[in-house]
Design a protein around this ligand. Structure first.
Ligand code: 5RP
Length: 258
């Protein structure tokens, strides 16, 4: 009987997890489609394409409008990662780059966590450097996410810390300096299959800095200080960059944060 009870509990846990995953994905889809329909119009010439699973829904909606509804034929999409690059190609959209399209009208991207001041943590998928460059080139940077990413303060939901892209030879001194400056613990992100450190699209390493959860940080100051450490390429802290955040909610609605 003990064995049966254990198996039943495991089954319920797996079922609940699957139900949660489905609900979260539905929320990502609603947020992404709503943002695309509100921000990508016939006047949008150049669109930045972020990275992650929510962005897949955004690209699908753009492709639907391009190929089924006959809109957006001239839209040029500028990717923020290899993933985004291939998404654009897979859906047969016009692929652009910052050499030819440095002035982006709108950029749409996901986030790992968003606080009430719209400070974002990004880089869960490791693409933060190019994501920040592309977002910075956009007149409007629009964030799409599910309800689990919406926090009052950073660290409430996203426990992996702040991703930081670093030059491989510098990760130990960078770790020590971040910990000395701001506390917490910074660690190298490793591949799950014990294949060594994760390498970014740009050939660098990624660190995840677990900051002190209940400490009041000035995120603009933290971002500047960490970016100044030699060997740091970029942080996953996006401060004063997001124009609007669209959160898909559990009840099927979309919450918009300014
Ligand atoms: C990748 C990112 C993603 O935008 C972020 O991790 C959100 O991902 P998802 O849409 O899969 O939840 O910053 O580096």
């Amino acid at each position: 009987r003990l064995l049966l009870t254990g198996a039943t509990a495991l089954y319920s846990q797996a079922r609940d997890k699957m139900t949660d995953d489905i609900a979260v994905d539905a929320a990502k889809r609603t947020a992404a489609r709503t943002a695309v329909d509100q921000w990508v119009t016939e006047d949008t010439k150049i669109l930045g394409i972020g990275s992650g699973s929510t962005i897949v829904h955004a690209v699908q909606r753009i492709a639907e409008r391009r190929w089924k509804e006959g809109e957006l034929a001239d839209l040029i999409c500028v990717p923020s990662s290899y993933q985004a690059h291939h998404l654009i190609l897979d859906y047969n959209l016009n692929l652009g780059d910052l050499d030819r399209n440095p002035n982006i009208d709108v950029s749409i991207d996901g986030a790992d966590e968003v606080d009430r001041k719209m400070v974002l943590i990004k880089g869960g998928g490791g693409c933060l450097l190019q994501e920040k460059v592309v977002a910075n080139c956009a007149k409007h940077f629009i964030v799409v996410a599910d309800y689990t990413k919406n926090s009052a303060r950073l660290g409430e939901q996203w426990c992996r810390g702040i991703p930081i892209e670093v030059a491989p030879m510098a990760y130990v001194p960078i770790k020590l300096q971040i910990e000395a400056l701001f506390g917490g613990e910074a660690s190298l992100r490793m591949a799950k299959v014990k294949a060594g450190p994760i390498v970014t699209d740009n050939g660098n390493f990624l660190m995840d800095w677990r900051f002190i959860a209940n400490r009041e940080y000035d995120w603009a100051e933290v971002n500047t200080a960490i970016t100044m450490i030699p060997g740091v390429l970029e942080t996953g802290l996006f401060v004063n960059m997001a124009h609007k955040c669209y959160f898909g909610m559990a009840d099927g609605t979309v919450k918009v944060q300014n």
